[in-house]
Design a protein around this ligand. Structure first.
Ligand SMILES: [Ca+2]
Length: 462
């Protein structure tokens, strides 16, 4: 494995999704952590309130109420200013209290993020995650979080990161953009305990995206088995995909990348650059579009994709929605349909890096689907979730997409399966956003892609 890694290469033309391995150079952060702020504000507020309550009763607190000694009172006697020391102290206390309350009010106001239709706050739940890639919600309120170097972590409901990592994982090969990637729970997880993982796996020919499952038992995955292996494996460090999404019939969609070798996305004999569809045990559904065609990979559901790192089901229709990284420009949203060719690299709204030359044949071609929506310039999308909870009524039905490149969260307003409006939130507030999920509690959860990555959640404000 190590010899393989040293032989790997990453051609500049394959830097497609800005999905770099780590951030180079210093990161200057002036972000004020809401929990810390909240704690401080609550402490100050409590002290001020105590003093305010105590005043009418003549009680005093050492730091808030200077004691005037008998001797001082004696010295001050005759001085007009000190003839009524209690009144003066009361006013100064009131002034301090007012100042504190103003400061707290300003701090609260600064903490609130105002979107076009919904005010919200950002709360950091967990820090110290190394390039977290995906988060899943366990039924007991805890979180499963993948870290790209190859660790599966459990975070308590209150945000505490359990130091011990989950064992029983399949062999994972951290390599460029690859490593441990997505995590998803079986739709009947509460009964069967199956946890699904996508990851980069080494083997003959190099490395490729794979999918495994195991039953979560305490801090261990048991009965772990690899269900799918992208074929053929190759040496590039880019474009592994991948997201895991169960549809309502219990099929598992797996989104894949082109592995930086563009034409593989048009080859039905190659898994790269496709969405595949499996049964929950890894077998191929009998109604997959290419099962009866010779020289094709029967797992393929749709193809002509570049690198898909966001996928989710529409909460009403149950339709799969995906987004993918374009080259320079041309990130797309698609609604993959069985057997359909989404065009990469024959058609795209992007161009070659740096030199800006045309890729393929243009933007349209008969037999190739147009994207539902596209971004020029690229935002480098990762993570995707519809909002269907009850905590943000004004965001109901909106689609949220993380951006690695622009370090923000995109909110898309959807009407009749069309994007009718885009708003950009949290620009440069959190860093590169890798994953976006709606929690069972109706809050929105994000992962930041950093060496010291975070699990954060958005909560309504007002
Ligand atoms: Ca396309």
């Amino acid at each position: 494995m190590s010899s393989f890694a040293s032989n790997s290469f990453e051609h500049p033309s394959q830097r497609g999704d800005h999905d770099r391995q780590s951030i180079n150079g210093p990161v200057i952060s002036v972000y004020l952590h809401p929990p810390t702020l909240l704690e401080a504000a609550e402490k100050i507020s409590a002290a001020a309130t105590l003093s305010a309550i105590a005043q009418p009763f003549g009680w005093s607190f050492p730091r808030m109420a200077p004691v005037v000694s008998d001797r001082e009172a004696e010295q001050n006697r005759g001085s007009k200013a000190h003839r009524y020391p209690d009144v003066k102290i009361a006013f100064s206390r009131l002034f301090v209290i007012l100042l504190l309350h103003t400061a707290i009010g300003l701090a609260w106001a600064a903490d609130i993020q105002n979107s076009e239709v919904q005010a919200f706050r950002v709360q950091t739940l967990t820090e110290g995650l190394e390039h977290p890639w995906s988060v899943a919600f366990l039924p007991d309120g805890r979180f499963l979080v993948t870290e790209r170097p190859g660790r599966l972590r459990i975070v308590e409901a209150d945000g505490t990161l359990i130091e011990q990592t989950v064992d029983g994982l399949p062999p994972i090969q951290p390599h460029g953009q690859g490593g441990l990637l997505d995590v998803a729970l079986h739709p009947q997880f509460a009964n069967n305990g199956w946890v699904y993982l996508s990851f980069a796996e080494a083997g003959p020919g190099g490395v490729g995206t794979a999918v495994a499952r195991g039953r979560l038992d305490g801090m261990t995955l048991r009965d772990t088995a690899v269900l799918f292996r992208l074929q053929p494996k190759s040496s590039a460090g880019v474009h592994f995909g991948s997201r895991l999404v169960f549809d309502r019939a219990g099929h598992l969609f797996v989104t894949l990348g082109d592995r930086g070798e563009r034409m593989r996305a048009q080859d039905l004999g190659d898994h790269a650059g496709s969405v595949i569809r499996l049964n929950d045990d890894g077998s191929v559904p009998a109604d997959n579009p290419f099962v009866d065609r010779a020289d094709t990979r029967p797992e393929i559901y749709s193809f002509g994709h570049r690198n898909i790192q966001g996928a989710t089901l529409h909460p009403k229709s149950g339709q799969l929605w995906t987004h993918e990284h374009g080259p320079q420009g041309g990130d797309e949203i698609n609604l993959p349909q069985p057997g359909v060719n989404y065009g990469w690299p024959v058609i795209t709204y992007g161009v070659n890096y740096g030199i800006g030359t045309q890729i393929g044949e243009g933007t349209h071609k008969p037999g190739m689907a147009q994207p539902l929506y596209y971004w020029v310039p690229s935002i480098a999308p990762s993570g995707m979730a519809f909002y269907s909870g009850d905590r943000f009524p004004a965001w109901q039905g909106d689609l949220f997409v993380g951006s690695l490149k622009f370090r923000l969260l995109v909110r898309l307003v959807i009407e009749n399966d069309r994007v009718v409006h885009e708003e950009r939130l949290l620009e440069d507030e959190l860093g590169r956003i890798r994953d976006v999920r709606t929690g069972p509690d109706g809050l929105i959860y994000l992962l930041t892609d950093e060496d010291d990555g975070r699990l954060v959640r958005l909560t309504p404000a007002g």
